[in-house]
Write a protein that binds this ligand. Structure first.
Ligand code: G3H
Length: 542
């Protein structure tokens, strides 16, 4: 099918006019948290611009939300020193505290956190363009994630309260913290995926330095007070600035025990290799992905189309789990293209707060359009066609979603993660062709398979289960529910994140063991009855 006339015009641009919603005036953007103290940054700042724009005087205008702190290496090293002090070689108040007390502190944090929901949600819309509904979901999902984390930790502690008895030994096995931990979340989930590592790391006893994402920095600031109030000084340190300036020296110092990073695999490589003793720098990484959809001959298009729309265009495709390459069986190709194109055309574009809106400007208003435009242009040069009306048309950092048909395997669009509203579609005749794509891909996160024939799908599962970490049958790829393991193979992840897995990843099983002997038995009983250890104890956690 040929590309049609661009659908976006000056008239469409009018839909971008502000509907009178006040632009948030952010006055706390210079605040950061180090050593339990909320500080005001007096050095270099950066004007944080909204990713939203408005029609104005025949052109467009982009509001500035306020200044953001761009800390320098001295200050990030101060944050590291604060975390080290809180750790105190494992002797600090927080790492030696009983899990029960840490849980109480985190429960208090939840109570404080929910009071700033509205301001966080508003800033999320203005900073990264996430729709109101999705911004609210991100906040609520994060609160639930913390609650589920505490519930899982209580279960783990209840199991750990008993002693293990084995061939003449008895032991108590419990999880203990790793040490100062650096957590970095991405801009597409600036709250949820900042907290997805910070919370389990902290509750397991690790002091944390959290570097806020490039976009989505301001929305985290209203939470600083809650962190400062609920945890001892230095346990949570929140900083912002350029990663290569403030993060590299911290890692090069060799004084960090753990890295939790959600972002690009190239950056992860740089971060990990900066440590002088990489084997001592444990990590949990959630990285790039190019999740394919395989639409088989007997797929139900009433199921497929809404799942592809949600999977490829949820938050404009800016999800690591997004469907980024669609393969449809040759016999259903035209039907799929027509219906997908119609569904894309029916999506409502606009401001994040506009009721029913599904597509918004992309969060990265500096470089993403050039990158995405380049992917489409190259694919078209190599023989692809844009199927839907106006697909790929751009106004500022808004791109009308593009269904790009017949993508050359030599093109970038076929190979790299687009992280935006571009839906490449190719056809296949045998499932082996799609499996070959997956086997040869540098990524290995998830896949969606649409169809209902057990004889076809059974063997496909058996191959794919060794290529990716989750196979979604007749549903889009996704991380949730957060109790499910979230991981990947190859360049997509290291370690597993989920409510329970994260608790394990940020801790080490340590044990106190002794052999059966009357004096040892009396010693252990004495410690338990005197309650002289926070580790060796049998309290039941409610
Ligand atoms: O960006 C990657 C996220 O982990 C995706 O999470 O599937 O819940 O949107 P999600």
């Amino acid at each position: 099918m040929a590309a049609t006339t661009p659908a976006l015009s000056q008239t469409d641009l009018q839909t971008w006019q502000s509907d009178g919603r006040p632009i948030p005036e952010v006055k706390d953007g210079l605040k950061y948290l180090v050593g339990g103290e909320i500080k005001e940054w007096g050095g270099t700042t950066q004007d944080i611009e909204s990713c939203l724009f408005f029609a104005w005087n025949g052109g467009t205008v982009r509001p500035t939300l306020g200044p953001g702190a761009m800390l320098d290496p001295n200050e990030s090293m101060a944050a590291l020193a604060a975390a080290e002090k809180a750790w105190d070689e494992g002797r600090g108040e927080w790492p030696t505290m009983s899990t029960d007390q840490r849980i109480r502190a985190m429960e208090k944090f939840i109570e404080r956190m929910v009071t700033v929901r509205d301001v966080v949600v508003e800033r999320m819309m203005w900073e990264i363009g996430k729709t109101l509904k999705d911004s609210q979901n991100e906040f609520d999902r994060t609160v639930k994630y913390i609650e589920d984390t505490l519930k899982a930790l209580k279960d783990m502690e209840r199991d750990a309260a008993r002693f293990s008895v084995e061939t003449g030994f008895f032991a108590q096995i419990r999880r203990s913290p790793m040490g100062p931990t650096l957590c970095m979340g991405p801009y597409n989930y600036p709250l949820n995926e900042t907290f997805a590592t910070l919370i389990p790391a902290v509750v397991m006893g690790n002091p944390v330095i959290s570097k806020l994402p490039r976009y989505g920095q301001l929305l985290n600031i209203p939470l600083l007070e809650a962190f400062a109030e609920c945890f001892p000084p230095g346990v949570v340190n929140i900083i912002s600035g350029r990663g290569n300036e403030i993060i590299t020296p911290m890692i090069q110092s060799g004084r960090l025990s753990m890295l939790a990073f959600i972002g690009a695999s190239k950056t992860a490589d740089v971060l990990k290799s900066a440590h002088p003793h990489p084997h001592r720098f444990r990590s949990v990484l959630s990285l790039d992905a190019k999740n394919p959809a395989m639409i088989l001959e007997d797929a139900d298009m009433d199921v497929v189309i809404p799942q592809i729309i949600a999977g490829a265009l949820g938050f404009n495709g800016q999800r690591c789990t997004a469907l980024k390459m669609m393969f449809v069986h040759k016999s259903r190709e035209q039907e799929f293209l027509t219906r997908l194109s119609e569904a894309v055309t029916a999506l409502k574009a606009g401001h994040p707060w506009t009721p029913g809106v599904r597509v918004t400007p992309v969060a990265d208003h500096r470089g993403a359009m050039k990158f995405l435009g380049g992917l489409i242009d190259e694919a078209v040069e190599m023989g692809s066609t844009i199927v839907n009306p106006g697909g790929g048309e751009r106004v500022e950092n808004y791109m009308h979603p593009a269904v790009v048909h017949n993508v050359s395997p030599k093109s970038q669009l076929y190979q790299v993660e687009q992280f935006g509203p571009v839906l490449p579609v190719n056809s296949f005749e045998k499932p082996e062709e799609v499996m070959k794509y997956i086997v040869e891909s540098p990524f290995g996160q998830q896949v969606s398979v649409f169809g209902y024939d057990p004889k076809v799908i059974g063997p496909v599962i058996d191959v794919l289960v060794n290529q990716v970490s989750r196979i979604n049958l007749n549903t889009q790829c996704q991380r949730g529910p957060d109790t499910f393991p979230f991981t990947g193979r190859k360049a997509s992840a290291e370690g597993t994140l989920s409510v329970t897995d994260a608790l394990k990843r940020f801790s080490l099983r340590s044990l106190v063991a002794t052999d059966y002997d009357e004096r040892n038995r009396d010693l252990v009983n004495g410690i338990l009855s005197a309650r002289s250890s926070n580790f060796l104890r049998t309290d039941f956690i409610f």
